[in-house]
Design a binder for this molecule. Structure first.
Ligand SMILES: [Zn+2]
Length: 287
């Protein structure tokens, strides 16, 4: 059964570790993430962007697939199914479809409008027992066509949004979606520290987890980050392993063209990446 991300993130914040959000793209991806979480006895959040939602034939298809897998694979660790960077309309659709968690990304609205829309969604999610993530200060890079400049959030605005009763808060601290450029300035730990001091127990979310050095990840966790989003890194690992399989001519040997064989190395690469991240984030055996 899917659960809200609230309890797992409050435990993570108190225990000074982070739960990974791994974005899913298809059946193999979902299976790889769920199996690894179960093997490592770790809570997990499955992230779905609106673009990935369309690709996987809509939110109800995804809810059906994930619930089916939880049953068929005997998954007993806490699993939250979460909309990533949702629009206001997208968040409502996911709530209706049976997601257990949504993010409303109102960071591109003026702060007053972000507050008004977030407030309404807080009420809806509270009634249904779902978790809600809000965002202040856009996150750099491109995600599904949305280009953020990589702002650093205003801690006072973070406090205003946190006080609305959201479950977790994503704040821009110089993090970027996708690959980091050579001249990246790094995370702004002063900002993160100021945000945590104002928002107290609120679990903070770090987007754009791909390519942030391990030491910075650990420091961010020590300053209150309890959810870290990983997307690009799994995609790079999957593509790399699949390319190697084809370049080695394995699809031409025997029944190597069978998708169950063709995608096996890539799927294993996703599992290896998820394992590495769960170990780094400290969520192993915290289910
Ligand atoms: Zn993000």
């Amino acid at each position: 059964m899917l659960v809200s991300a609230k309890e797992m993130l409050q435990k993570a914040k108190a225990g000074k570790y982070a739960v990974g959000q791994f974005n899913i793209n298809n059946l193999e991806w979902t299976k790889a993430v769920l199996q690894t979480a179960q093997e490592l006895n770790s809570p997990v959040i499955l992230g779905v962007s609106e673009g990935a939602g369309k690709y996987m034939c809509g939110y109800t298809t995804i809810v059906g697939m994930v619930n089916g897998m939880i049953n068929e694979l005997g998954i007993t660790v806490p699993v939250a199914l979460h909309l990533d960077h949702g629009s206001y309309e997208g968040a409502k659709k996911c709530i209706e479809a049976g997601f257990s968690s949504v993010m409303f990304d109102g960071s591109h609205y003026p702060i007053e409008e972000n507050i008004a829309k977030t407030k309404e969604l807080v009420e809806t999610c509270d009634k249904l027992g779902l978790s809600l993530e809000a965002e202040v200060g856009s996150i750099g890079g491109e995600e599904d066509g949305v280009i953020g400049a990589g702002e650093v959030a205003d801690p006072k605005e973070c406090k205003m949004i946190a006080d609305l009763g959201v479950t977790m808060l994503a704040a821009g601290i110089g993090n970027i979606h996708g690959k980091y450029p050579e001249n990246w300035a790094g995370l702004s730990f002063d900002t993160l520290d100021a945000i945590q001091q104002l928002t107290g127990d609120m679990p903070l979310v770090l987007h754009g987890g791909t390519g942030i050095p391990a030491e910075m990840i650990k420091k961010a966790i020590s300053l209150g980050v309890s959810k870290i989003n990983v997307n690009t890194e799994c995609q790079l690992a999957f593509a790399d392993a699949t390319r190697k399989y084809i370049e080695a001519g394995k699809d031409l040997q025997g029944k190597g063209f069978d998708p169950r064989k063709l995608l096996a190395d890539g799927t294993q690469a996703i599992k290896d990446t998820v394992k590495e991240k769960m170990e780094l984030f400290g969520s192993v055996n915290k289910a």
